[in-house]
Design a protein around this ligand. Structure first.
Ligand SMILES: Nc1nc2c(c(=O)[nH]1)N[C@H]1C(S)=C(S)[C@@H](COP(=O)(O)O)O[C@H]1N2
Ligand SMILES: [Mo]
Length: 233
């Protein structure tokens, strides 16, 4: 049922699932949509680059809701991928060896988008490194070739086109500039309405809602332009 009563505070159910993000990213696209390559770096004993981050790990499917901070939510999306926790325990720990206390994780994407989360949040049961949506390989719109899915957090944490993960002891290694700094919450938990910092969460609802349509439209136009010129990502 598309009933908003069981949605988190301030969210409404959207029938659309737009390609979305901060406007500067509308015209940025991944250059490699094939290889699920991930570099692991930061305060680790060994910096490594995996050519396929998902090999040798159990591939699972999970249905979850997706909550954009601008208040639209898309219900019941079926993502497939590997649990971040499995990736961390079975690949990162033995191969890269993050140092004690390197619990602040920075995620980076091919379009230069970047995001941080405490390691603890990434180890939750429902956090995936996802490579499929509805059983199909991720399209460019939805984050090809690999994205994070962190359903308990606003979707700005669910970074698309993921290709680099850094483990740090010190949060100083992650600096956001200007407006972005106040827009993005270090944890961004949906249930607590951690939309941003410096203002109560509900105030952001009114700031963001007018931006939904123009932003979705800009991202849609950019995608059309991309498909018309596939040789120029
Ligand atoms: N690499 C990257 N990841 C990103 C973004 C982006 O612009 N670039 N936007 C974020 C935001 S704000 C949202 S709401 C979701 C949108 O995901 P979708 O385009 O699959 O709907 O991706 C998040 N992850
Ligand atoms: Mo968003």
């Amino acid at each position: 049922m598309n009933n908003s009563s069981d949605l988190p505070p301030g969210q409404y159910a959207s029938d659309d699932f737009p390609r979305f993000g901060l406007t500067p990213y509308a015209y940025r696209f991944p250059s490699d949509v094939q290889s699920k390559s991930i570099a692991i770096d930061g305060d680790v004993d060994h910096s490594i680059t995996l050519s396929d981050a998902l090999t040798d790990l159990p591939h699972i499917e999970q249905v979850s809701d997706f909550h954009c901070v601008t208040t639209w939510s898309r219900r019941s999306l079926r993502w497939g991928g590997v649990r971040f926790r499995d990736f961390h325990e079975q690949i990162v720990k033995p191969q890269a060896a993050p140092q004690a206390g390197a619990n602040f994780v920075v995620l980076k994407a091919q379009d230069s988008f970047r995001m941080s989360l405490p390691l603890e949040d990434l180890l939750a049961d429902d956090v995936l490194l996802a490579d499929t949506l509805d059983g199909e390989a991720l399209s460019i719109e939805y984050g090809a070739p690999l994205r994070l899915i962190a359903p308990a957090h606003y979707a700005y944490k669910s970074i698309k086109h993921l290709n680099r993960i850094e483990y740090w002891k010190d949060e100083e290694n992650f600096k956001l500039s200007g407006i972005v700094r106040f827009m993005l919450h270090p944890r961004g938990r949906v249930s607590r309405e951690e939309r941003g910092i410096g203002l109560p969460g509900w105030i952001f609802r009114y700031l963001y809602r007018p931006l939904v349509r123009p932003t979705a439209s800009r991202f849609r136009k950019a995608m059309v332009a991309y498909h018309e010129k596939p040789e120029k990502p």
